[in-house]
Write a protein that binds this ligand. Structure first.
Ligand code: SF4
Ligand code: SF4
Length: 229
């Protein structure tokens, strides 16, 4: 089986103001340009398959693939949930719409940046689906309710975070991403506070209010000055 290098695959098709992929690539292989709402373009002649952009992308919109020419290929997928899969585990891989494509076997795990929690999960998949794979379906445990619907955080993850020492809604948010979705914790913050109270035997009044950072759009002074009253 021929194993060449991994190459980045950019699955980012919306004109959003974002460019960490371009600025993080040490080899200048991704071009967005001055207008950071441009769609990123990969120069495959420069990509070395280091995975740095995969971890740097806040939208989890980059994967890497190594095409072998055989029955099986290798895909590197960013994964930010806990627990991480283990080498040899069978995982369900999905396309950009979340549709299940089939199963893959975890070959290895790697953190491209030790200061970034994103882990790359390297998965062996059938070559027939390589092009479509963008993610791994999160393992769903029966009787384990989702607490944060935006970020798909399960009750067991909240309890694990508490066991690791998190005692506030904000601390759990930093570890699990709960409350970081579009609704900014409208429902889950209250549920998480109650889980903390239940697990630690403390009173609700001991819980600090959590911080909220709703999405904002940048507006220039020029645009403001031209606003019609
Ligand atoms: S994988 Fe590495 S070399 Fe390739 S585009 Fe990403 S950061 Fe650049
Ligand atoms: S960092 Fe990710 S989301 Fe942002 S422009 Fe690059 S590929 Fe798209």
């Amino acid at each position: 089986m021929i194993r060449s290098n991994y190459l980045a695959r950019i699955n980012c098709f919306q004109p959003i103001p974002c460019n960490p992929c371009e600025t993080s690539c040490p080899f200048g292989a991704i071009l967005i340009g001055e207008d950071i709402t441009n769609i990123p373009v990969l120069d495959i002649t420069k990509c070395r398959g280091c995975g740095i952009c995969v971890a740097a992308c806040p939208g989890i919109a980059i994967t890497m693939a190594m095409v072998t020419g055989g029955d099986k290929d290798y895909v590197a997928i960013p994964y930010e949930y806990y627990p991480l899969p283990e080498i040899g585990d069978e995982v369900t891989v999905v396309d950009a719409n979340g549709n299940e494509l089939g199963h893959g076997i975890v070959e290895k795990l790697k953190k491209p940046n030790k200061n970034d929690p994103t882990t790359l999960v390297f998965v062996i998949v059938d070559s027939s689906i390589t092009k479509s794979v963008v993610g791994i379906k999160k393992y769903i445990v029966k009787d384990d309710p989702i607490i944060c619907r935006c970020e798909e955080i399960f009750e067991s993850e909240i309890i694990n975070a508490i066991k690791k020492g998190d005692r506030t809604v904000d601390a759990i948010k930093r570890r699990t991403r709960s409350g970081m979705g579009m609704c900014q914790g409208k429902t889950c913050n209250r549920l998480i506070a109650n889980i903390i109270v239940r697990e630690l035997g403390i009173s609700l009044s001991e819980q600090l209010p959590s911080s909220k950072r709703p999405p904002v759009g940048v507006i220039s002074i020029k645009e403001l000055s031209q606003e019609k009253s």
